[in-house]
Design a protein around this ligand. Structure first.
Ligand code: GLU
Length: 493
């Protein structure tokens, strides 16, 4: 058992928007580090210049902060093992690649892409697995050196042993032995001088003293190469855990970013930025993704702190997880119910102001208890509660006409409720409900008809938080004015 301090990392490539796969790849190493008093690092793997997207790094950083997955070392905050952005570490990779060449574990290769394409085509024609054919592997170190010094363009390839086999261990899947003859002389350093993932990540995990590598299962096939590289340097191997893949909601096929449009149609998204706009909370999102690959009960509701206490890396499971957005809704709604009134008020306020509404904080605090149970996403506060912050509401005529009655009869009811309420010194729940109920009794109408009209008149909508509590918050003046407007609307036809 190693006694090294625990160090884990999230090592995203800034090639697109931050999605739930990234979030989960950050969450587990974060939990492991926090559980065991270790250090959690953010490392930006930006060596693939073709796929690089400006803005992606900031989105990743913002996403981590939003989720509360704060890192101890990273590109924006520094740390003892920096720089934490791979393009700023070129010299380190260069030096390591050449070290492997000197040790005879790697070789410079001068083959052009045309030549490589031809070799590949030939191999495919002969039903062979495409791989490097070894032309430059046969050069003597002196010949190779001369060509490099002469300015020939080159890459550095790993010199895969021709014989023997390698056994690698994934914490979730156990050991796998691979024949070296099945492995390629993979490129470690590209002709632009930047490393491939295979070199950069191994060097950095070593230099940054990473003890546990938790990463996506797409890296499982290259693990034998990675272990070869690590052993060629004579380094200790970190523990490797490859996370399960996400499946589409249908369970059929791997979830891809292209499925975004489909999800958005239903009001869902796999991108963190969208999820925030759609009214999902970090707590709900974290709880949802935590359980996709962590073998705790499917409906366990946990805050981040509770996850830290319960997390164990050996609880992770390799089975694919189907994305289930209904579960996301469930966790989001559940966490919203757990927020304090002040906390929830602060979280829904931006959704009102985003709509241009002028939010009175006192009113906001009063409506939170009325809304809380009705919210699945934070932006649901708009459909249930915008009317609290509007000067006027604009009820639709059809909504004002109670079931089984016509406009004239509905106008009369509205007028009568107006008179009843106008006779009250205030429109507190206690004061208003008894006379209105008495009116329902004596008129022979049913409560839904009367209160339905009143609801639409005062809130402008057919569905609202409890009527009397809502009217009390709207206030006497506004309620009376709104009912009067409705009477006029109903009388107009
Ligand atoms: N940059 C790699 C990716 O985004 C990181 C894999 C890893 O965690 O090592 O897929």
């Amino acid at each position: 058992m190693s006694t090294k301090p625990i160090r884990t990392r999230f090592a995203p490539s800034p090639t697109g928007r931050m999605h739930i796969g990234n979030a989960r790849s950050a969450l587990y190493p974060f939990l492991l580090a926090r559980r065991l008093g270790g250090t959690f690092i953010l490392r930006i793997e930006d060596t693939d210049q073709k796929r690089y997207e400006p803005g992606a790094e900031q989105e990743l950083i913002d996403g981590l902060h939003w989720l509360g997955l704060n890192y101890d070392e990273g590109p924006d905050i520094g740390g003892p093992h920096g720089p934490y952005r791979q393009t700023e570490r070129r010299a380190i990779y260069h030096e390591h690649a050449w070290k492997l060449v000197e040790q005879n574990n790697a070789f410079p290769c001068f083959c052009t892409s045309e030549r490589l394409a031809n070799v590949r085509q030939e191999q495919l024609k002969n039903k062979q697995n495409p791989r490097y054919d070894g032309l430059c592997r046969a050069l003597t170190p002196e010949e190779a050196r001369q060509r490099v010094d002469g300015g020939d363009k080159y890459v550095i390839r790993f010199k895969m042993p021709k014989e023997g086999s390698i056994t690698t261990t994934d914490l979730l899947r156990g050991s796998i032995t691979t024949e070296n003859s099945a492995l390629d002389d993979t490129v470690l350093l590209k002709s632009d001088g930047l490393p491939t993932y295979h070199l950069a990540a191994m060097v950095d995990d070593h230099e940054m003293e990473i003890t546990h590598v938790i990463r996506g299962s797409e890296w499982l096939p290259s693990m034998p190469l990675h272990i070869h590289v690590i052993r060629a340097f004579g380094w200790d191997e970190p523990v490797f855990a490859h996370l399960s893949v996400f499946l589409k909601p249908s369970g059929k096929g791997k979830m891809s970013k292209r499925d975004r449009a489909d999800a958005m149609k239903d009001g869902y998204s796999i991108f963190l930025g969208d999820m925030k706009d759609l009214g999902y909370t970090p707590e709900g999102v974290l709880n949802w993704i935590a359980l996709m690959g962590w073998g705790v009960a499917e409906d366990d509701v946990m805050t981040l702190d509770q996850m830290i206490t319960r997390f164990g890396i050996d609880h992770l499971t390799p089975s694919p997880a189907a994305i289930n957005f209904q579960k996301l809704d469930h966790f989001n709604a559940t966490h919203i119910r757990l927020f304090s009134t002040e906390d929830l008020a602060g979280r829904i306020k931006p959704y009102f102001t985003r709509e241009g509404l002028n939010v009175n904080d006192e009113v906001l605090l009063k409506i939170v208890p009325l809304l809380r149970e009705r919210l699945v996403t934070l932006d649901d506060c708009l459909s249930f509660g915008s009317f609290f912050f509007k000067d006027d509401v604009t009820p639709v005529l059809e909504d004002l006409i109670a079931k089984g009655l016509d406009a004239g009869q509905s106008a009369e009811i509205a007028q009568r409720t107006y008179e009843i309420l106008a006779a009250q010194p205030d429109i507190s729940h206690e004061r208003c409900e008894p006379p209105l109920r008495a009116y329902v009794e004596e008129s022979g109408l049913n409560a839904n008809q009367v209160f339905g009209i009143l609801r639409v008149a005062t809130t402008g909508q057919k569905v609202s938080p409890p009527l009397f509590e809502s009217m009390e918050i709207i206030g006497r003046e506004k309620c009376l004015a709104r009912i009067k407007t409705s009477v006029e609307i109903l009388k107009k036809i």
